[in-house]
Design a protein. Structure first.
Length: 163
């Protein structure tokens, strides 16, 4: 797209990317920062998809990598984070009395080895979350409802599947 008015040689131009909704599908932290041959060396990268693009577990490569501390000025604004009331590594008890570890919104580990997801409401057993916030946030709803809220925020079509 041409620049209007047309800049003269030596003029300063601002180039921007229109605002868009993306969803983070992976977070990578590098300690020490990653050797890339570029400065600054990244210590954090986010793998993101555009709104409306569904994660594909079978895809070898998917998404775009963003380095928030890579020297390119941009702003990220959180629109929605599933299970925002929990921290990674928190332990909870579900409505059935089973203990679970929260590894990320789609990865739950039951301490009894069973598969599935916890039944709401949840109670914090250990971790960094606020126990009252966990109780209040899960007083109604379900894991499936949280997945549906995330899919809507990510611009994905509703479906009966959850991870």
């Amino acid at each position: 797209m041409p620049t209007r008015p047309r800049p003269a040689p030596g003029d300063t131009c601002r180039v921007g990317i229109p605002a868009r909704i993306i969803h983070v599908i992976e977070v990578h932290r590098y300690e020490p920062p990653q050797e890339t041959g570029w400065l600054p060396r990244p210590s954090l990268s986010l793998l993101v998809l555009r709104a409306g693009e569904a994660p594909d577990a079978a895809a070898e490569f998917q998404g775009t990598s963003i380095e928030p501390d890579g020297g390119i000025p941009f702003t990220l604004e959180l629109v929605f984070r599933p299970y925002a009331f929990l921290e990674v590594g928190d332990d909870v008890a579900d409505a059935a009395g089973r203990a679970w570890r929260f590894d990320d919104p789609w990865t739950w580990a039951a301490y009894d080895g069973a598969q599935g997801v916890p039944a709401w409401p949840l109670a914090l057993l250990a971790g960094g979350a606020d126990p009252a916030a966990v109780t209040a946030a899960t007083a109604t709803g379900s894991h499936e409802a949280e997945v549906t809220r995330w899919r809507r925020a990510a611009g994905l079509q509703d479906d009966a599947q959850s991870r």
